[in-house]
Design a protein around this ligand. Structure first.
Ligand SMILES: C[S@@+](CC[C@H](N)C(=O)[O-])C[C@H]1O[C@@H](n2cnc3c(N)ncnc32)[C@H](O)[C@@H]1O
Ligand SMILES: Nc1nc2[nH]cc(C(=O)O)c2c(=O)[nH]1
Ligand code: SF4
Ligand SMILES: [Mg+2]
Length: 212
């Protein structure tokens, strides 16, 4: 299988329970909820995406013909920045990573020493080998991944409300303020978390810091 990757970069996880942890990010190209084109945004299953995931033209991006080749590129990215202490960590995101991230690729990352995390919209089942699952639902109808490590809901959004997913089997429940031009959703998110302590606040710290 050929893997289409928009970009591979090294930064700190900015969101959720692993926030602050050094990681290689592997951003897969393409999403099943939106074409990525602005003219399609209004009618997409997910209309608030903050990410360019079209094509393979980003830093470290490309088409990788084998799982081993992609895992090697990720490890080179890690070794170029990190010293030998600490467990190598890779966050597979996108776009929708589970359109491409399969068991052989997860295993290839693990053979290179990585703990493997995914950021997914939950519309495709997670392979069992994953070390960390973060589901961020955008549609109740299309939600099939009902368990994982963290559920990170963008708030507010019309399709999915916190009450719709609060009963699912996750260890951590986060609300992440919708990042939208001309509107600050942090106060409303803060207020919800104060009233419903099951939910913790996830700020997109990389945006605050101005890093990738
Ligand atoms: C770009 S998505 C890629 C992974 C996957 N497709 C998903 O939706 O979870 C990565 C994370 O960014 C979040 N996100 C996307 N657009 C956002 C926005 N405008 N404000 C806040 N979070 C956003 C998503 O909910 C998800 O948790
Ligand atoms: N620093 C940083 N943390 C992130 N957590 C999730 C991200 C994503 O786009 O999936 C992301 C990202 O793009 N950058
Ligand atoms: S599902 Fe994820 S990648 Fe796809 S459009 Fe929504 S936030 Fe962006
Ligand atoms: Mg992002």
């Amino acid at each position: 299988m050929t893997y289409s990757v928009k970009e591979i970069f090294y930064t700190l996880q900015g969101e959720g329970a692993q926030s602050g942890r050094a990681a290689v990010f592997c951003r897969f190209a393409g999403c099943n909820f939106w074409s990525g084109r602005e003219q399609d945004r209004a009618n997409a299953d997910c209309s608030f995406c903050d990410t360019d995931f079209i094509g393979t033209d980003g830093p470290g991006g490309g088409k990788f013909k084998t799982a081993a080749a992609l895992a090697e590129a990720a490890r080179v990215c890690w070794d170029g920045m990190a010293d030998a202490t600490g467990t190598p960590y890779i966050v597979c995101t996108g776009g929708e990573p589970l359109m491409q991230l399969d068991s052989p690729l997860i295993t290839a990352f693990q053979k290179k020493g990585f703990e493997v995390a995914v950021e997914t919209n939950g519309s495709l089942p997670c392979p069992p080998e994953l070390d960390w699952i973060c589901v961020s639902p955008k549609s109740l109808d299309k939600l099939v991944q009902l368990t994982g490590d963290e559920l990170k809901l963008v708030y507010p959004q019309t399709p999915v409300k916190p009450e719709d997913v609060a009963h699912l089997k996750f260890d951590h429940f986060y609300l992440q303020p919708l990042d939208e031009a001309d509107h600050n959703h942090v106060p409303a998110t803060l207020d919800y978390c104060r009233r419903h302590p099951q939910w913790k606040l996830s700020l997109q710290t990389h945006k605050i810091l101005g890093i990738a």
